[in-house]
Design a protein. Structure first.
Length: 504
């Protein structure tokens, strides 16, 4: 039993090392070696070792989930802990499936882990973004957000290509440590080195290319109101909230801004209603001479009932409403309750209106260009950003309210993932966050300007309008699909081989 426990402890240590590569502490070089301990011991307990590593990794990376549920969701610490552990245990299954399948392919079909594990890992990361509405948070490739040369390939493979490379390097190191006498292991190291050279070479080449000078420039103001989540939805504080955003917007207008952006749910009331505060917001563009994009709840009447949306409204400098974009990918148990008729006893964590309904991809027109609006954690879904760009968006805008995360690592993790949306489509991303981190992200993924956490501020700078026709924009997650297909074929091959052995 001690032997078995030691295996799981080593695997858990591997998971903790991997977690340290993510913001924060953001020791991103660790991701290139963190999986080596797991890969060295996983054959002793293929499933348990992977699950142990996954539990340690997700427990460390997602610790802030408890802050969301208890501090802001009002959930008692005990059920919050159970929900947190359930989430961690579920996500760890993806690590366990990767180690189990790669070990089985090695023992049953003699396929080296170096060959199978990178593709399996990517396939399971992709599935994690789909199953049960999807939660592609902290994919391995995101750990390299500050290693610019390593992430430029996202315009070809998406973030999954970076994950593949990291797993490949870890597998290569583990193989040579485990079997230094085998020529095949050294051949694997040589092949891995060639992949790294081509991958990083492409990254360095892209970094040397001058930032594309786009003909149309737009001066953007990101307004970070820093409204306390505890009072955000209180009717008594609505006037103060609007005044905060108004004053910051007027200050930004003095710098010649053309588009002012407020974060998600900046107005804690319906802009569609004939309210004095709503009228005050509509008059602001006339005072500043700017377009105004503002996050606000919205509703539509459907017969005798209403549908609610988490939306963004765009107003012209004359105060006319130019369009509305609704959030598409909703947060389960945050913005709606899945299987609401069966789980009616569960309350949403978000305080505000009733269950939200999903919208559709609807870029907003702005003076001959289009804005693609990603609300809150929609920025972690690469296919949504791609859909907006394919429908003509010249600028991606992320409106978010990361106040839920408190002073944790989550706002930094959220920003890190958003940076990849810029690289994948070679497009500027303007990110307005209630409490931070507001930022302007260049098509290279570089954060050109960013605000502090939990401070009222306004950021003003220019962005270019337009995007490149990248391979990723054109073909999407083709690389992930190929890994998924290879994994499926390997699994089928393994099952057929086992059946043949069992047949007398």
């Amino acid at each position: 039993m001690a032997f078995l426990n030691r295996t799981c402890l080593i695997s858990a240590g591997s998971g903790l090392l991997l977690a340290a590569a993510f913001p924060r502490p953001d020791f991103y070089p660790l991701a290139w070696v963190a999986l080596v301990p797991l890969l060295l011991v996983m054959r002793r307990r293929p499933f348990a070792s992977g699950w142990s590593a996954g539990c340690a990794f997700f427990a460390a990376v997602l610790y802030w989930v408890n802050i969301v549920m208890t501090t802001y969701g009002g959930l008692h610490p005990i059920p919050s802990l159970f929900a947190y552990l359930f989430l961690v245990g579920y996500l760890a299954l993806f690590f366990a499936a990767a180690t189990w399948l790669s070990c089985r392919l090695e023992s049953g079909l003699r396929i080296p882990v170096l060959v199978s594990m990178p593709a399996i890992w990517v396939a399971l990361e992709y599935l994690r973004g789909l199953l049960l509405t999807g939660f592609p948070w902290a994919l391995l490739g995101y750990s390299q957000q500050n290693f610019s040369a390593a992430i430029q390939s996202a315009d070809v493979t998406g973030v999954y290509g970076v994950s593949f490379l990291l797993v490949l390097v870890n597998c290569s190191l583990a193989w040579i440590l485990r079997s230094p006498e085998k020529k095949l292991a050294w051949l694997g190291v040589a092949a891995t080195l060639m992949v790294c050279i081509s991958h990083l070479g492409y990254g360095f080449w892209r970094m040397q290319q001058p930032l594309e000078q786009r003909e149309d420039l737009l001066t953007v103001a990101l307004v970070q109101g820093n409204i306390d989540q505890a009072i955000k939805w209180s009717p008594d504080h609505r006037q103060t909230t609007v005044e905060t955003y108004r004053q910051l917007s007027l200050k930004a207008a003095e710098q010649g801004t053309q588009l002012t952006i407020w974060p998600e749910a900046a107005t804690p009331f319906f802009l569609q209603d004939p309210l004095a505060l709503a009228e005050e917001v509509r008059r602001l563009p006339q005072q500043t001479g700017n377009y105004l994009l503002v996050g606000s709840p919205a509703y539509e009447q459907a017969g005798d009932s209403y549908r609610y949306f988490n939306s963004a409204f765009l107003f012209s400098p004359q105060g006319d409403e130019l369009g509305r974009s609704d959030k598409i990918h909703l947060v389960p148990f945050g913005e709606y309750v899945p299987l609401g008729s069966l789980l009616s006893f569960i309350n949403k964590l978000v305080v505000g209106v009733g269950d939200f309904s999903p919208g559709v991809v609807n870029p907003l027109s702005l003076n001959g260009h289009k804005l693609g609006v990603l609300v809150c954690y929609e920025a972690i879904f690469p296919e949504l950003a791609r859909d907006y760009v394919r429908q003509g968006s010249s600028l991606l805008v992320n409106l978010t309210n990361d106040a839920w995360f408190g002073r944790s690592s989550a706002p930094y993790q959220h920003l890190a993932m958003t940076r990849f949306r810029a690289i994948e489509n070679r497009i500027w991303v303007a990110r307005a966050a209630n409490t931070g981190i507001s930022a302007l992200i260049a098509p290279s993924g570089e954060v050109k300007v960013a605000g502090p956490l939990f401070e009222s501020t306004v950021l003003v700078d220019q962005v270019g309008l337009g995007s490149e026709k990248t391979i990723y924009t054109r073909f999407g997650d083709l690389f992930a699909y190929s890994c998924l297909l290879a994994t499926g074929c390997g699994l089928v091959w393994l099952l057929l081989a086992r059946r043949r052995k069992q047949t007398p």
